[in-house]
Design a protein around this ligand. Structure first.
Ligand SMILES: [Zn+2]
Ligand SMILES: [Zn+2]
Length: 248
């Protein structure tokens, strides 16, 4: 009787046997070895020691840029965050997974994505100082439209795995900025001016905060959010995203 019941349940709710990233076969529904290999290969690429971005295919901007493995941009400018890191480039399986999480509402993807962020978290020695995780917020309008903040989901999962405090509401985004895609960096930065506010000032003061987001492209969003936390008295601010841009 019970066996029959189990069979029936398996028929109605088949156990997940596919990789969450590529939908290939994976017995326990974990990220498959092929996808893990892709992610591990990303981690072996050189990246800018400050902003964490990756070189474009076929050219090594960091070799040409000289000093301390900085990208061309980081040699010219300062950021309000100490450093930013990502699990891989905004392409292939990771881009696809981020898109399905954000735009197709596939919330279960936050678990494997937080899993690969955790590897980066452990690999970066400076993250040992982190004592508070803060997700980059969405505006109220966007949050209502999407129904969830993917950055808050990632921060929540990572915080639980690392036993690090998470404050989902430390930062708020006051107004919706016009779409950032296609804008120059200075236009993006103008756009974001004053967009972020700290809600729990006391909680931020003296803390080593890790800002969590899904995507780092020009760094304008991470930069504006980090500057707001620094102004509220954060001791150090770091950034961690699932994916980051390539510098061509
Ligand atoms: Zn896979
Ligand atoms: Zn850089």
């Amino acid at each position: 009787m019970f066996c029959l019941w189990d069979d029936l349940l398996n028929l109605i709710f088949p156990p997940r046997t596919t990789c969450p990233f590529c939908s290939g076969t994976s017995p326990a529904g974990e990220v498959c070895s092929r996808c893990l290999e892709v992610v591990e290969a990303y981690r072996r690429e050189s990246f800018c020691s400050r902003c964490g971005r990756l070189p474009g295919k076929g050219d090594n901007v960091f070799l040409n840029a000289g000093a301390a493995g900085l990208c061309v941009e980081c040699r010219k400018r300062d950021w309000p965050f100490v450093l930013a890191r990502a699990a891989g480039p905004y392409e292939g399986i990771l881009k696809d997974a981020v898109h399905r999480l954000k735009y197709a509402g596939k919330r279960s993807l936050a678990v494997p994505l937080a899993g690969i962020m955790e590897q980066v978290f452990r690999e970066e020695p400076q993250f040992a100082a982190v004592d508070l995780l803060v997700p980059v917020p969405l505006s109220r309008e966007k949050l209502l439209r999407r129904g969830f903040n993917q950055a808050a989901m990632l921060a929540g999962k990572l915080g639980a795995r690392q036993q690090t405090e998470v404050d989902e509401n430390a930062l708020v985004k006051d107004f919706e900025t016009s779409p950032q895609a296609g804008l120059s960096r200075s236009a993006r930065e103008r756009n974001l001016k004053g967009a972020f506010k700290v809600r729990h000032g006391k909680k931020i003061s003296g803390r080593n905060v890790l800002l969590i987001d899904d995507v780092f492209t020009t760094g304008s969003t991470m930069s504006a959010a980090a500057a707001t936390l620094v102004a509220a008295g954060a001791k150090q601010v770091f950034g961690l995203t699932v994916v980051t841009g390539r510098l061509f």
